[in-house]
Design a protein around this ligand. Structure first.
Ligand code: ATP
Ligand code: MG
Length: 336
């Protein structure tokens, strides 16, 4: 029996943070051997908001190395860069022609990012979820493992796939979002009601996967807290406490009950160093592998090239079905 496929991606729009790791990559790694996985570095999504060209190139390479350093294995996963597979943008255009404007207008992330971009908001930012639908559907995955913030985008992707199948005949598998309840939404260290995000202007809002132990200690030290005694989960009035305990739970590998019992009577002065140590210990092996990979750019380049070829072969097959179904004249085969 063939393994079910998965597809997911991360933008090289900034440095990877604990939210990306605990909400996405860690779960990809844990489950990888049960699936045939496609993990993309979505650089064409990153440019929907302004990026420095030199930095974008560097972050793309760095994210590829981080995927490997976090434990994704090439025997189970195809790791590739979106702009190396031209089928993504072609399919996005075709999907744009069947997607009603009002479906895209409803997207919460568009509305949020538009706030920040103001008059500079691009057409690309608006059509971002349509490109994302193309990214996913090209690989015909059964599951899309993501964090909670992507739920609405995956719903749109499913609507586009259904609409295409209805109009042009059965072409796409309808994928399902695969969202783990724990870690699906890691919050900002400076505001427990907002998600941790690469594009947040404050460095102190997030822990980067490549932060030094000193930087991690400093950021945790400065993290927003409250003045209520003890540290407890699930209190709506204490979003920061819930978030920091969740990070501790996921980095220490302890259960929620264990953490709740351990920290119930603690003060922040006792808890924060414990949390910092737990994060540092989680990131240390990743950082070590990353440094090894980063020191061999030729090897990384060769892996990128091989994996792009694998992704192209699968994507091109789906795209050809789409072209045929929609009625584009082919230069191959018979004249009928
Ligand atoms: P940006 O701010 O540029 O949108 P981002 O931090 O949201 O960046 P993405 O590249 O958009 O990161 O998302 C990559 C993956 O990480 C997605 O699966 C997303 O659901 C997940 N993710 C992002 N932020 C969090 C978070 N705070 N908690 C859990 N998962 C997250
Ligand atoms: Mg995002």
């Amino acid at each position: 029996m063939a393994k079910p496929r998965t597809f997911s991606g991360i933008q090289p729009s900034g440095e990877l943070h604990l939210g990306n790791y605990l909400g996405a990559i860690k779960n990809w790694v844990a489950d990888q051997e049960h699936y045939e996985n496609f993990f993309c570095i979505v650089d064409q999504h990153a440019v929907t908001v302004p990026q420095d060209p030199k930095l974008l190139r560097e972050r793309t390479r760095s994210l590829f190395a981080l995927y490997l350093a976090c434990g994704l294995k090439l025997e189970y996963c195809v790791l590739f860069v979106q702009s190396h597979v031209p089928a993504h943008t072609e399919l996005a255009w075709l999907f744009a022609t069947i997607t009603p404007m009002n479906w895209a207008e409803r997207m919460i992330q568009y509305k949020e990012k538009k706030e920040k971009q103001g008059e500079e908001t691009s057409v690309g930012l608006f059509s971002y979820p349509i490109l994302q639908a193309a990214d996913i559907l090209l690989y015909q995955p059964k599951y899309v493992p993501v964090g909670e913030d992507q739920r609405q985008h995956i719903e749109l992707c499913r609507d586009i796939a259904r609409r295409f199948n209805d109009r042009f005949g059965q072409t796409f598998v309808i994928p399902e979002a695969f969202i783990r309840p724990q870690g699906a939404r890691i919050m900002s260290l400076t505001d427990g009601t907002r998600k941790m995000s690469k594009s947040d202007p404050s460095e102190f809002s997030r822990i980067h996967l490549l932060d030094s132990p000193d930087a991690i200690r400093k950021k945790i030290q400065k993290a927003k807290t409250d003045s209520i005694r003890g540290i407890t989960f699930d209190d709506p009035a204490r979003p920061e406490a819930h978030n920091l305990l969740t990070i501790y739970m996921l980095t220490s590998g302890k259960s929620k009950e264990e953490v709740a019992a351990e920290c119930a009577e603690m003060g922040w002065g006792q808890f924060k160093p414990l949390l910092a140590d737990s994060i540092i210990a989680t990131l240390e092996p990743i950082q070590k592998r990353y440094q090894e990979l980063w020191s061999d750019p030729g090897y990384l380049h060769e892996l990128m090239r091989e994996n792009a070829a694998k992704a192209r072969a699968v994507a091109e097959q789906t795209l050809q079905k789409v072209r045929d179904a929609m009625g584009f004249l082919s230069l191959e085969g018979s004249l009928t």
